[in-house]
Design a protein around this ligand. Structure first.
Ligand code: SAM
Length: 237
């Protein structure tokens, strides 16, 4: 079987490649995390396709659900399948089963957030969503990469708690950027300290990427110095 992972827009329907549209058009079936969401995209581009739901609950039956198809396109709710979504499990299955796997380059929230943050991009660590269980969360926060910019995904209802946890570990004055609603009407790139972020986002709405500056003691180059980064961001928030 040929399985092609198709990145889809994270907010603006125009953010899809010509190749992605061709794969969606030519595949035997479009497997997706949510048929309603992917259906909107397909409809926008005039594609009338058979869809199969493959989300975290149905993934364990993926082999059966995809049996009989020789060319499958897979899309998650937004961005690149396999980045903090059920796509990773499908990739593992494809590798185990020896399916022909192709991953198209395309939209993802982490790269525009990282670049727009103004933090050093030469070295960064993507930590995805922090665990929700407090013991696992604490351990993850302690292990988090040092000397590099750290990119995190977070749901709006957990943003305050996460900013608080980060402030405890990195200090309230540590520089952070929040990329909110990327590529959407209310896109906002906010830059400042962790403490100021807590104040600014008291009632967070929308989707967020958190970009933390590298830890001070590990900063080698001038531009990685958090104090200087904060100075630089002053007046930009
Ligand atoms: N596969 C996706 C990707 O490639 O970025 C990520 C899927 S993950 C389930 C969803 C998270 O990505 C959100 O909670 C948010 O942190 C981030 N995200 C997705 N779209 C975003 C957007 N338009 N603006 C900011 N963050 C976004």
């Amino acid at each position: 079987m040929r399985l092609v992972l198709v990145p889809t827009p994270i907010g603006n329907l125009e953010d899809i490649t010509l190749r992605a549209l061709r794969v969606l058009r030519e595949a035997d079936v479009v497997a997706c995390e949510d048929t309603r969401r992917t259906g909107v995209l397909l409809q926008h581009y005039g594609l009338h396709k058979k869809m199969v739901r493959l989300d975290q609950h149905t993934l364990r039956r993926a082999k059966d659900l995809l049996a009989g198809y020789s060319y499958v396109a897979y899309a998650t709710d937004a961005g690149t399948p396999g980045i903090s979504d059920p796509g990773a499990e499908l990739v593992a299955l494809a590798v185990r089963e020896g399916w022909q796997l192709e991953v198209l380059p395309g939209p993802t929230a982490l790269i525009p957030a990282l670049v727009a943050s103004g933090m050093p991009t030469a070295r960064f660590a993507f930590e995805g969503f922090l665990p929700q269980k407090s013991s696992e969360r604490k351990a993850r926060l302690e292990q988090m990469a040092q000397g590099r910019t750290v990119v995190l995904y977070e749901a709006p209802h957990r943003l305050q708690q996460t900013l608080e946890d980060l402030a405890k570990l990195y200090g309230p004055e540590h520089p952070v950027a929040l990329a909110r609603e990327l590529s959407k009407l209310h896109e906002e790139i906010w830059r400042g300290s962790l403490k100021a972020a807590q104040e600014h986002f008291r009632e967070p709405r929308g989707e967020f990427v958190i970009v933390l500056g590298p830890k001070a003691q590990d900063a080698k180059r001038e531009t990685q110095n958090p104090e200087e980064l904060l100075e630089h961001f002053k007046g930009q928030g």
